[in-house]
Ligand binder design. Structure first.
Ligand code: G3P
Ligand code: CA
Length: 237
């Protein structure tokens, strides 16, 4: 699977409708995106827990209402051509893309947002996207949140994210313990080697590698037979 990181973050301001449209244009199978929650409990698509880096505003996502956060400019920081781009709600992304292309949703910092998993489950149920065959995958670094989400919506495939500091997370013992709720084990490219991928596959998981922006890495991963590759440049070949 070819997966566009935050849409096509190499070409457009990340996690915006323009970025997702660009990724679709470049032929991705899935859009990767990050969600956080506003003060009025709306799920919004933004990577950081603050708006500082990717908008013209300042402050924590959880201190804005949806209406307030959508007044910010989420495009100009990237390039003036994207001035006026806004932070999409997850609902707007679903309106535009759900059912047409896969969506890989990352629960970002669920510990900051009580009942975030429930909110996502509700949103998916409302749109009849919970059957597991609607090309929705939910991933996170937060094991607890993933477990809770899986209990709410058991048919949706779950991915557990792993970075270098969490390499112990994918010991054989832990991999065994994930098998009751996890379908994908998704390590960062900088920690990947052939043995690790074999081990992940041996335990019955699929794997999606992030974030792959170098041609060499892409070539290597093709030989490892990984199931998915996430890139800022989805046309990398
Ligand atoms: O999809 C995995 C990757 O997006 C996780 O890292 O920081 O880009 O959200 P980050
Ligand atoms: Ca992400």
């Amino acid at each position: 699977m070819k997966i566009g990181h935050r849409g096509a973050a190499g070409y457009c301001p990340e996690n915006t409708i323009s970025s997702f449209k660009k990724a679709v244009e470049l032929g991705v199978d899935y859009l990767e995106l990050d969600i956080q929650m506003t003060k009025d409990r709306k799920l919004v698509v933004i990577h950081d827990p603050t708006v500082n880096r990717t908008t013209n505003g300042k402050g924590k996502v959880k201190d804005f209402t949806l209406q307030e956060i959508q007044r910010l400019d989420a495009g100009s920081w990237f390039h003036c051509n994207f001035a006026g781009e806004k932070i999409p709600s997850l609902s707007e992304v679903f309106d535009e893309f759900a059912g047409k292309i896969g969506i890989l949703i990352e629960l970002k910092k669920p510990s900051l947002y009580p009942l975030m998993e429930e909110k996502l489950a509700e949103e998916l149920e409302k749109r009849e996207l919970t059957s597991g065959d609607k090309q929705i995958i939910v991933q996170s670094f937060d094991r607890g949140a993933l477990k809770r989400f899986h209990e709410l919506v058991p048919a949706i495939p779950i991915g557990i994210l792993v970075k270098n500091t969490g390499v112990k997370m994918i010991s054989n013992k832990n991999l065994k313990s994930f098998s009751s709720f996890v379908s994908y084990v998704n390590p960062k490219i900088t920690m990947v080697n052939k043995r690790m991928i074999k081990r992940i596959h041996y335990h019955g998981f699929k794997t999606i590698i992030w974030t792959v922006n170098k041609k060499n890495d892409l070539r290597t991963l093709k030989n490892f037979h990984v199931e998915g590759i996430i890139s800022d440049f989805p046309d990398l070949s």
